[in-house]
Structure formats: structure tokens, C-alpha cells
Design a protein around this ligand. Structure first.
Ligand code: SAM
Length: 467
């Protein structure tokens, strides 16, 4: 059933932007194609069924507008289909379309992002139209198409009515086609991004400033690792509330907000928290200038910050020493779905290791300050990863930017599973802790609940509270 225009079309002069707005009556709630239908056990991308008749009606039909945009080989930049219409299920969280060149031939890449994994399909020639027609029949709530000089936004409201906004860009952007041999970054060089320009990383034409290249690389790496957790490994809905503990200069705070708001087109509220309140006024001004009203900043400590609701995602990037433990403890206590933590300097466990008489075979390591420090880092993060696993998280430890840029390049990523107190993991934790003869700070912070998880496997009476 095709949507019927019930409103009107208008052109609005909007500070140099021409806007065409069309309202349509909703398509009937007929069942829409489902990519997991057929022989597949899990969700698979749409399978190239014949396009429906829906996209070939009156000029104002949203499907035709989207199709025209995507098939425009000179102007198409990207498209994102996301959300789900009320009363419908969509097996993919979103589909991202972009032009790519493969073996010298133009293609459109359809990336289907599901809760557990993503699938790429590259289509050329008439197959683009077929894949597109099938993707368009999925009951997404929002269809967004970016052209070099225009953006088309199609949105279904709660009543199922569809609104189409076509907005002319004040400044056209260049079209960037990814080549199959080229590594694509989430924030590509040469494509100006307002917040990167505002923060002085990019020039207005999208060039990355020479002295900001490391920061640019770090931001891209961070967004890539974040994307892997929330869209590929997650198994959960995307987060809605986020806290960034120890946000500091907030490059990564802005990057996280941009990732959800602009790349995923998924609204979030994000609060950057830092004890250095004097830093935050400039961040608030920048967020306001960008119109990012879901991005706020709070002058507070990690331990005392009181969010309006428990965050789904906790970030803690280069928080010093035990500040990382404070952040992990809060995430665990809130039962946050996702945690991304890049520890910084670690002194607490090193102090404990230094202060005790080591009678084990590790003793020679402590003769050399730098080796003792590195061992302390490794042991601290191993105990943190085990603690997260005991507390109901799947956890991995990955490299964050290569070591030639910084030695603080380990990221602990965790996704909540809710399966707490795994006996084998508790045993690993206790054996390592007791071998070292230490009491990790995170264990003291977590107190009773964690103590109970450990005690359920092996009674352990000695856990003093935090200092
Ligand atoms: C090294 S900076 C990291 C900034 C940013 N996250 C990044 O990765 O670029 C660490 C920040 O954490 C803040 N911080 C350290 N301990 C904190 C605590 N307990 N509560 C809140 N902020 C803290 C510091 O003020 C500093 O701005």
C-alpha cells in the first residue's frame, strides 16, 4: 500500500537553506518483508527480492526520493535507515549505505547492523536498485539520505504518519568514494565534521591539521572500538544514557556523542564528568554552538556523581590510578550494559607489591623500576578484567592506538551478561590475588556483593573496606 500525500509541499527559506516539506498519510500496516524469513535461522540481509510496487507511485513518495538519492552516482554521499515503526519489528538496528569502488567499478555498500553482528553487501548496476527496494520495505522509522548538496529526512511518527524534509545544504560537501583497497575510518579525512572543525582538529575543508594527527587517529580508533562493542558484540539495545568519567579536554566525549547522534542517528544523553570544573564551561559552550543539547557536563568526582538515571554505557578514558577503579565500581553497581575503560597510570597495586616481601619467583622483577611498573600495570588490569567477569560481564582487553603513540594504550571493554560469580573465574581471581598477596582497590570498593561472590566459591574473611 503506497503512502498518500495528505498535507502540502512548502518551500521554506531558512538562513540560506531551502527546505521542502511534504507530509504523507502512512502506508497501511501490511506485513513488510523480513530478512530472516526463508531458510535462514538468524537474521540475514534482504535477499534481493523483486522491488515492490510501493516505490513507483506519485512523485512525492518517500521511497522514490530515497531511491533517487541513493542511485545518484554524482551526488550520493551516504544513507542511514534506522529505528523501527511502532508495532513493527525490524531485525536490523540500522542499515548504512555508502558508495564504494570495487575493482574500479562503482558499487553501493549496504551494511546491515544487527544486535550481535553486522553484514556487508556490495551491489553494482541493477542489483543496487533491487537491494535498495527490499531494504526500503523494512519498517524502519527513519530514512536519511545525504547528497553532496542536500539532505533528505523521512520520519514516521507514532501514528505511522510519514514526514519528508528535503533540506538544501548551505555548503555542499565533496563526495568521498571509498576504494576497496583503502582503509575507511569512521571519521574520514577530507570530510569536514563540524565538531572536529570547532575543536581545531580539522580545517574547514576537512583537512586534518598536522599537529592534531595523533588526536585524530585516537578519536577514530576510539569510535571504531566503541562501534565494535555497541553494534557488533553487544547483543543489547543501543545505550541511551552515557557517562564519560574524567572527560578532561573532552575530545573523546564529543566523539562519542557524535558517533551516536550523527553516525548512528541514535539519540542519547551523555554527561562528561570531571573534577576540574574550570574545563567544563568551554565544553558547554561548544556543545551549545553545535546544538548538541543531549551533551552536558558536570563538575564532580567519579565517586559522588549522581546521574538522573543509571547510565547504560560508562566511559573512563585515561582516568588516573584508582579513578579507573572508581569508574568500574560505579558501572558494576549500576549494572551498566557497556563499559569502555582505558586505564592510565597505576600506582595503588604497585605500592602494595613494592611494600611486601616477595618470596616468589617474581622477586627479581622488582629490582628494575620500569619492569616492576609494567608488571604492576598488567596485574592491575588483569585483576580488573577478572572482577568484571565475576560481576556479570563479558570482557576483553584490546589495544587502543598503537604503542608508538602512547604507552597507555590498553582498553578494557565489557558488556553485561548478568551471569555473575562464575566459579572458574572466581578461582582464577583468588589464586592470582593470593599468589601476589594483595587486596585490589576495586575489590575493596565493591565490598559486600563482590565479597559474597568470592565467598560463595571459597570463604575469604579478609576484605577491608575502602580507605
Ligand atoms: C588524563 S585526563 C583524560 C581526559 C580524557 N578522558 C581523554 O582521554 O583524553 C584525566 C582526567 O580525569 C580527571 N579525573 C581524575 N580523577 C578524577 C575523579 N576521581 N573524578 C573526576 N575526574 C577525575 C582529571 O581531572 C582529568 O581531567
Amino acid at each position: 500500500m503506497r503512502p498518500v500525500m495528505v498535507g502540502h509541499q512548502e518551500t521554506v527559506a531558512d538562513g540560506g537553506r531551502a527546505r521542502v516539506r511534504v507530509r504523507m498519510r502512512p502506508p497501511a500496516q501490511a506485513p513488510l518483508p523480513h530478512p530472516s524469513q526463508g531458510q535462514h535461522s538468524g537474521p540475514e540481509p534482504p535477499d534481493g527480492r523483486q522491488p515492490s510496487e510501493e516505490g513507483h507511485g506519485p512523485d512525492v513518495e518517500y521511497q522514490r526520493l530515497v531511491e533517487e538519492g541513493v542511485l545518484d552516482e554524482r551526488r550520493f554521499v551516504r544513507a542511514v535507515f534506522s529505528g523501527r515503526r511502532r508495532g513493527h519489528a525490524v531485525p536490523w538496528e540500522r542499515v548504512v549505505l555508502r558508495p564504494v569502488e570495487i575493482k574500479g567499478r562503482p558499487h553501493v555498500q549496504f551494511t546491515y547492523h544487527g544486535a550481535a553482528r553486522s553484514v556487508d553487501r556490495n551491489r553494482a548496476g541493477p542489483a543496487v536498485r533491487e537491494e535498495l527496494a527490499t531494504a526500503l520495505r523494512l519498517p524502519f522509522r527513519s530514512f536519511f539520505v545525504e547528497l553532496t548538496d542536500r539532505e533528505v529526512h523521512v520520519t514516521f511518527n507514532k501514528r505511522g504518519e510519514v514526514a519528508v524534509h528535503s533540506v538544501k545544504k548551505a555548503t555542499p560537501v565533496p563526495r568521498a568514494v571509498t576504494h576497496d583497497r583503502q582503509k575507511r575510518r569512521p571519521l574520514p579525512e577530507g570530510e569536514p565534521e563540524a565538531y572536529l572543525v570547532a575543536s581545531g582538529i580539522m580545517a574547514p575543508d576537512g583537512r586534518v591539521k598536522a599537529d592534531k594527527y595523533d588526536k585524530f587517529r585516537q578519536i577514530n580508533e576510539f569510535v571504531k572500538l566503541l562501534d565494535q562493542v555497541v553494534t557488533k558484540q553487544g547483543g543489547h539495545a543501543l545505550p541511551e544514557s552515557i557517562v564519560d568519567f574524567g572527560c578532561g579536554n573532552a575530545y573523546l566525549t564529543f566523539a562519542a556523542y557524535h558517533y551516536f547522534r550523527d553516525l548512528l542517528r541514535h539519540p542519547v544523553v551523555l554527561c562528561g564528568v570531571d573534577v576540574k570544573g574550570e574545563l567544563l564551561e568551554a565544553h558547554r559552550a561548544e556543545a551549545a554552538a553545535l546544538g548538541w543539547d543531549g551533551l552536558t557536563f558536570a563538575a564532580d568526582t567519579i565517586a559522588t556523581y549522581a546521574p538522573p538515571r543509571a547510565p547504560d554505557l560508562v566511559l573512563s578514558l585515561h582516568a588516573c590510578d584508582t579513578a579507573t577503579d572508581d569508574a568500574l565500581a560505579r558501572a558494576i553497581q549500576w549494572r551498566s550494559r557497556y563499559v569502555l575503560s582505558v586505564p592510565c597510570c597505576q600506582h595503588e597495586l604497585q605500592r602494595q607489591l613494592r611494600d611486601r616481601e616477595d618470596t616468589t619467583a617474581l622477586r627479581p622483577v622488582y629490582r628494575y623500576g620500569i619492569l616492576a611498573e609494567r608488571l604492576g600495570d598488567v596485574l592491575t588490569d588483569t585483576l580488573r578484567a577478572l572482577t568484571l567477569r565475576i560481576c556479570g560481564y563479558r570482557c576483553d582487553v584490546v589495544q587502543f592506538v598503537t604503542s608508538e603513540h602512547t604507552a597507555k594504550n590498553v582498553m578494557i571493554r565489557a558488556t553485561r551478561t548478568g551471569r555473575t560469580g562464575d566459579a572458574a573465574v572466581v578461582d582464577e581471581y583468588l589464586r592470582l590475588r593470593d599468589f601476589l598477596g594483595v587486596t585490589p582497590y576495586l575489590e575493596r570498593l565493591l565490598g559486600g556483593e563482590f565479597e559474597a561472590a568470592l565467598g560463595a566459591v571459597r570463604p575469604n574473611p579478609r576484605i577491608p573496606g575502602p580507605d
